[in-house]
Design a protein around this ligand. Sequence first.
Ligand code: ADP
Length: 543
Amino acid sequence: MNTQLMISSILRNAEDNFPEVEMVSVTADYPRHRQTYSDFGKRCRRLANLLVSLNAEFGDRIGTLAWNDHRHMELYYAVSGSGMVCHTINPRLFPEQISYIINHAGDKILFVDVLVMPLLEALKEHLTKVEKIVVLTNKENMPDTSFSNVLCYEELLSNQSENYEWPEFDENTASGLCYTSGTTGNPKGVIYSHRSTIIHSLAGALPDVTCASNMETTLPIVPMFHVNAWGAPYAALMVGMKMVLPGPKMADGETLHDLITTENVTFSSGVPTIWLALLDYLESTKKIVPTLRRVSVGGAACPRIIIERFKEEHNCTVIQGWGMTETSPLGTVFSIKKGMENLSEEEVIDLQCLQGRGVFGIEMCIVDENNEELPWDGIAFGSLKVKGPWVAKSYYGLSETPGSDECPVDEKGWFETGDVASITPEGYLQITDRTKDVIKSGGEWISSIEIENAAVNHADVAEAAVIGRYHPKWTERPLLIIVSRPEKSLTKENVLNFLGERLHKMAMPDDVVFVDELPHTATGKINKLGLREMFEEYQFPNI
Ligand code: ADP
């Protein structure tokens, strides 16, 4: 049958096959909200009716400024399911980026978490196109506001019918929209379709990817405003996996530990910064997470220490993956291959430190400066390109002509990731840098990620970042910037001695400086652009 791949079909599947499975959330108005997939389906249909009553039409962009919770899940399904575009907006962006994104997308209605309302108030005069703002809370918790067009989510929902027929339409219709945080220039919008979302979710659930199943309980810590929480909202309902959603408490070790242990979470996903914080919390409180079996880590290179500590302290396996907003985000994911069963623990950790191997649906290649393909030998490295049914072919509102400045796809149809990588003969990807972060020293490329990873393995280093700085002889040399752990007296000599045993001479940083904190992007990654601005005037000693 030529059945269209519709996001609403995932919801129907969850209601039919897993009506009793729970979705548990932390929200500002409920310390722990519980509903089943059966309840969830009914609320999604009420929400679809609500959208119609608010005059939302097919193709309209509906913005969300919300954390990971059941209401945000309802928006994911009801907005896309009824033919509108669910535009997830990151509340942690700079205010001017948020208003730019809302206006650029032309969002008609905004659904906003009560905790984000003060932020929105500050943007009031810039939000000229938004017709309605719906606050994701109940009547008792509605905030005072100066907006005249504000409505209460629970109040509206309670007035709607549970009867709604999900429409079927072309599977290539836009279902979601997410802007990249835009480390350079304005944020750029990536459109997902019903088709790309479903195929991506199917691939993401495979045994060698996340091995999603009805027997698992997942805690997506990666925000739902960041690349669809890596696809968890769809994959979970596809396989009937219980969901535990941390709401605004994503960075709170105590809440995360409590959720993991009381809800029996077996699988979780997040960026490295989250895991370092959780591991430190668990160590300092002497707590454990016995049910947690696997965590997926991505968004930035996963330091070896995270993999080792999860294994040694919690008997939990780290699955590193690589991807980007433009790849939905699944690109490559770690799993061992047949014939590797007898590798030592150390050798397996070496593999986990790479960015994983190809997943069906994503083709990849690396090319040199002349766009010539490089071999998969684990040595040659060059610009990484990918293609596949869930990779963006253009940015929202920008040129779709391959090879043009605004289009990320080259003339041969490959998406240019902006990452520099090598690929081992077994097909494991190793990201060495982003094109713009790579340090060019005397004609050689030095990987900032390699130096950062070596530095964070020092027990007294809390965070490390490397940027290239001007050097009269070499053009650029690495500068290592460190945040040390509280009450540790690290010195430059300590750090250099430690790195001397782990890095080539060429990759040794020319200087080490200590700071109280590093700038981070809205998704918790180290903000290299911000760092370069901080150290704009910096000069290496003895030059
Ligand atoms: P941005 O960081 O631009 O806001 P994304 O979240 O889409 O947007 O980031 C994608 C980028 O993150 C990739 O191009 C890559 O540079 C980096 N990245 C993602 N996963 C990994 C990983 N496992 N190891 C190293 N870098 C990664």
